[in-house]
Design a protein around this ligand. Structure first.
Ligand code: NAI
Ligand code: BUO
Length: 249
């Protein structure tokens, strides 16, 4: 029987690339995104690979939307085998003391509360099933400190705490929970961030030992490995995929 994955932020970037890669493995996908246009495009891309997909519109910072995408997935596909808990936003690039409270609430709401709500509802289904694999999207800014991204970095460090502590509570129930920590990767989010903060692009590229940004397809390959049975004994890990960036910082 085909496996089923929920991917949040599935309408673009890392989520979209992972949807396509999982579809190549025959996995059916619930594409969750706030953007109907992006989400529907991903559904078409998954179907082109021969797998089934539905789009569920949700703002992950709203608990009722999160509960709804979980319920809709179970009612349509009957199960949730994999969860790529990935939707997120960057920030303005301002120094922390120049940022306002609205920015703090927005980034924390989407990146951290959204991820916590997601795991809260998905893990309940997986625990009942006695199996399931989750990959949470952290960031290189979740394993090291960096200027201009204090709020973002705080949320991504939180994602890592969520990942490790879930394992302490639910590995015995058949759950695997891992995190990825990508360095700068060529997606819409990063293109927009560097457009507003061009000096950070130069700093990023020169600071990466491999001297290039990552690609969404490289990240999708890692997520697919971690979600599927090939990684059956990997649990609570934070896998960096950053061209060596955080190893030389
Ligand atoms: N691109 C990069 O360099 C890196 C990205 N990340 C993380 O990867 C994740 C995905 O980012 P990218 O693919 O790069 O960005 P992206 O901007 O290409 O994709 C993010 C998707 O999330 C959706 N989204 C935004 N807010 C949402 C909300 N409230 N509810 C539901 N969906 C929402 C957007 O509509 C978009 O489709 C994020 O968590 C980001 O922090 C981590 C490290 C590096
Ligand atoms: C956006 C982001 O997470 C990085 C590492 O650039």
């Amino acid at each position: 029987m085909s496996k089923v994955a929920i991917i949040t932020g599935g309408g673009s970037g890392l989520g979209q690339a992972t949807a396509v890669r999982l579809a190549e493995e025959g996995v059916n996908i619930s594409v969750v995104d706030i953007s109907e246009e992006g989400g529907n495009r991903t559904v078409e891309m998954v179907k082109d690979k021969g797998a089934d997909a539905i789009f569920i519109k949700a703002d992950v910072s709203k608990n009722e939307d999160v509960k709804n995408y979980v319920d809709e997935t179970v009612s349509h596909f009957g199960t949730i085998d994999y969860f790529f808990n990935n939707a997120g936003i960057s920030g303005s690039g301002k120094y922390f003391l120049d940022s306002d409270i609205d920015e703090i609430e927005k980034i924390v709401g989407i990146n951290l509360l959204g991820a916590l709500y997601g795991v809260r509802h998905v893990a309940e289904v997986m625990k009942k099933q006695g199996s399931g694999a989750i990959v949470n999207t952290a960031s290189s800014a979740g394993v090291i400190g960096q200027d201009s991204v204090v709020i973002y970095s705080a949320t991504k460090h939180g994602i890592i705490g969520l990942t490790k502590s879930m394992v302490a509570e639910y590995a015995k129930d058949g759950l695997r929970v891992n995190a990825i920590a990508p360095g700068p990767t060529e997606t819409e989010m990063v293109r927009n961030f560097y457009k507003d903060n061009p000096e950070m692009k130069e700093n990023a590229e020169s600071g990466i030992p491999q001297k290039r940004l990552g690609t969404p397809e490289e990240v999708a390959e890692l997520v697919t490995f971690l979600l599927t049975s090939k990684a059956e004994y990997i649990n609570g890990e934070v896998i960096r995929i950053d061209g060596g960036f955080t190893n030389v910082k």
